[in-house]
Design a protein around this ligand. Sequence first.
Ligand SMILES: C[S@@+](CC[C@H](N)C(=O)[O-])C[C@H]1O[C@@H](n2cnc3c(N)ncnc32)[C@H](O)[C@@H]1O
Length: 277
Amino acid sequence: MVIAIEIDHRMVLELQRRFQGTPYSNRLKVIQGDVLKTELPYFDICVANIPYQISSPLTFKLLSHQPAFRCAIIMFQREFAMRLVAQPGDKLYCRLTVNTQLLARISHLLKVGKNNFRPPPKVDSSVVRIEPRKPRIEVKQKEWDGFLRICFNRKNKTLGSIFRQKSVISLLEKNYNTLQALNLSQNGSKEETETGMDFSRFGDSMEDQRMDMDDEGVDDDDMEVEAEDAGSSSEFKDKVLAVLKEGDFEDKRSSKLTLQEFLYLLSLFNKAGIHFC
Ligand SMILES: C[S@@+](CC[C@H](N)C(=O)[O-])C[C@H]1O[C@@H](n2cnc3c(N)ncnc32)[C@H](O)[C@@H]1O
């Protein structure tokens, strides 16, 4: 059975017209609607030639779907596809890369140049294969998202420099104090407050619009991240820096960290009671 989702009713009619009276007509179901707003039925394989502006939210919607599908073959704008398959150290390695590779194994299948289309669009395309990880790597999504946003705030800066920023220290200290207070009053833990695995917010609209450009084009030598924390809460800052030192991360940069290293660093922070949401 093939289930197609198409927003344009003229296309839906055309599709139905072409299938009517053929041996395949009862094996095709067409849902007219916005795929981003449609509750997806069970599927094991997804094949899609999508409008590129929904690349990010659609990818994370698919990867949030349960039970996980077997494989998706999707055509994306070339640069988006190269971000999905990037490796640590590649120029296009970014938060989008790490977030998708957390959830799936992704491989590049085919380049499709713009001249394969009439009229040719402005951009080249690529077809990729997406296979959800089974079993999933379990993370607390808000925690993970908050952590990666900080790490990729300036992906070519050292983590030591990023985690010395005043705004980062004060955010983490606030979280830390809130959690301490919660633990004291409820004797509970933050872990209990987060449920479910909905990764659809990884594909938020900002990320989609700018394709998660991070600090591309910014010369880190010319641009200071932000004033480093001058030391008002130096005790807490030392706690944060001790975590970086423990894992030997202080001089490392997000642009070169593997998924496993990100997971390890987050676990060290959490072990020290430091949380990102
Ligand atoms: C790149 S075209 C591909 C058309 C056709 N499937 C093909 O492969 O030649 C993208 C199709 O997605 C449809 N579309 C655009 N936005 C959509 C959305 N949010 N939900 C479902 N379909 C959408 C368009 O109407 C269009 O038919």
